[in-house]
Design a binder for this molecule. Structure first.
Ligand code: 5GP
Length: 183
């Protein structure tokens, strides 16, 4: 698995530091509130786990499964809800926990949906931001690290469902996906 990675972009140590810093900021910004953390499956899982432990507030944790990639390396632009929330967001402050914001399609769609359902506020905490990939204008409020327009895997991020369990974020060697696509 490690041999398929050309470069480590965000190390385990850096991820730990990002979670601590963002956790402290969210603890400060949401003091006196009990926000709902909504993780977007499956990519959010390691980040949701590590970030939530650094937030010193009573929070609800809920999950949605949405899809815009359908297994490839670029967004289809068509956001599908595969699994919906099991709690109401009406009258609640929501923090969406995302692995990465690229085109903005996923986040813009979900923010609009949750506001339509009556959320008092909706913000994003994303581990990674790729602003050069944006096709819809959106500036996430809480960003762990801004990265260039590269396809990355690890720490929740997959290529064809693999590499999510890498403890760091890395760049996949192009030959890995070109050889897969030619199969
Ligand atoms: P957006 O809707 O902003 O284009 O993309 C958001 C979703 O696309 C992310 O939650 C993630 O699942 C996927 N995505 C975007 N960029 C990357 C990337 O570099 N690597 C991987 N593995 N997934 C990505």
């Amino acid at each position: 698995m490690h041999n398929d990675i050309s470069e480590i972009l965000v190390s385990e140590k850096e991820i730990d530091h990002i979670c601590t810093e963002l956790g402290q900021t969210l603890t400060h910004d949401y003091k006196d509130k009990n926000p709902i953390l909504i993780g977007l499956l499956k990519g959010c899982v390691p980040f949701m786990s590590d970030l939530s432990k650094k937030i010193e507030l009573k929070v609800d944790m809920a999950y949605m499964s949405v899809s815009s990639y359908h297994g490839g390396i670029s967004s289809s632009g068509d956001v599908k809800i595969k699994m919906d929330l099991d709690i109401s967001v009406s009258g609640r402050h929501v923090i969406i926990v995302e692995d990465i914001v690229d085109t903005g399609n996923t986040i813009v769609t979900i923010v609009e949906l949750l506001k339509h359902r009556g959320a008092l506020s909706v913000e994003i905490a994303t581990l990674l931001d790729k602003p050069e990939g944006r096709t819809k204008p959106y500036v996430p409020k809480y960003v762990g690290k801004t990265i260039p327009k590269l396809f990355v895997v690890g720490y929740g991020l997959d290529y064809n469902e693999y590499y999510r369990n890498l403890p760091y974020v890395g760049v996949l060697k192009p030959e890995v996906y070109t050889s897969e696509e030619s199969k």
